[in-house]
Design a protein around this ligand. Sequence first.
Ligand SMILES: *Cc1c(COP(=O)(O)O)cnc(C)c1O
Length: 427
Amino acid sequence: MSDFRLNTKCVQAGYKPGNGEPRQIPIIQSTTFKYDTSEDMGKLFDLEASGYFYSRLQNPTCDMVAAKIAALEGGSAAMLTSSGQAANFFALFNICECGSHIVASSSIYGGTFNLIAVTMKKMGIDVTFVAPDASEEELNAAFKDNTRAMFGETIANPALTVLDIEKFAKVAHAHNVPLIVDNTFPTPVNCRPIEWGADIVTHSTTKYMDGHGSAVGGAIIDSGKFDWMAHADMFPGLCTPDDSYHGITYAEKFGKEGAFITKCTAQLMRDFGCVQSPQSAFILNLGLESLHVRMPRHVENGQAVAEFLESHDKVVKVNYSGLKSDKYYETAQKYLPNGGCGVVSFELKGGRAAAEKFMKNLKLAAIETHVADARTCCLNPATSTHRQMNDEQLAAAGIPAGLVRMSCGLEDKNDLIADLEQALAQI
Ligand SMILES: *Cc1c(COP(=O)(O)O)cnc(C)c1O
């Protein structure tokens, strides 16, 4: 599959049926797998042979879909998780432990911010947040002796900042740690962070990859390029024997290409069990089959809506990296030459009252805590996700009370704009 173009991989990577086998990826809805001898099974438990024994660790349907995502991102190995949250937690916890430190962009998804700043802190893992557009010197200054990972989002949800992946990767590598990039918003159709130096890529597949608001899920992809053994003292989990697996040293046995995902599966999935169901993986794959067709339409609609809003006198400001006026336009031209995604945010004159009235009058866009769906949806953070904050706190967080986040779906852009126009006329 590596010889084929991305569009072809979206449709066919990960599964090649043999003679007389199902054309579509089969849903292997089985918790367990049958073996003839105890010896056969013992080899699987020792990671001496590869094969399936229990769907909490691995399932063929999930593995086929993960293989497709690995092919799309240009990675060496991948795994599915129950959600994007689980993907980011596993990606970080696979190399961090009590006493470790993470350098993370401050412009990230609220759930991930909470995971790192609050929950992982309780596990003894410390974090320093850096501005996504910090200089190299500022980024370098955030590193400590115990830093084990750097983290950022290609296009941040909901701030829509664009990460300078090359700069982050350069700094991470200068400190001998991997860069983990959450590539949920652009998807590999619009950006492949591994090509810019990222070592590990994560996804909330709940968003564009599924794309139909049907299945919560996540994915982790390893580039296979980070040399764990070259910094063995920093990554003992990968580079010293694992007592819970009969003394296997992952980086030795599975090499750069396989160590990260094998450890993540054999240890973290075994112990935390955040598996994606074969049913959900099947639904995810239906989304992946049309991802390359859908993303350009999401971008086209996002761009049209952003341009319309920018010219409207009831709109204070529009955030969309496809607009020349956007702070991240230049960065986006480099990393997202075909556009980023369909999510636009904008501030209305008249604050939260105007935003509430505007959203109530929209006919096509539904009010939802979701993005990246075939159907357009919108949200006013001040009255929903961030409603515990007062106006001063919102301003400090860079979230004006009148901010609306709109995820442009796959409808006709002229209908979306007409809907915006009538709703704006009523405020
Ligand atoms: C939604 C989202 C997540 C969390 O994913 P879930 O599937 O909801 O757990 C993580 N990162 C980004 C960028 C997201 O948009």
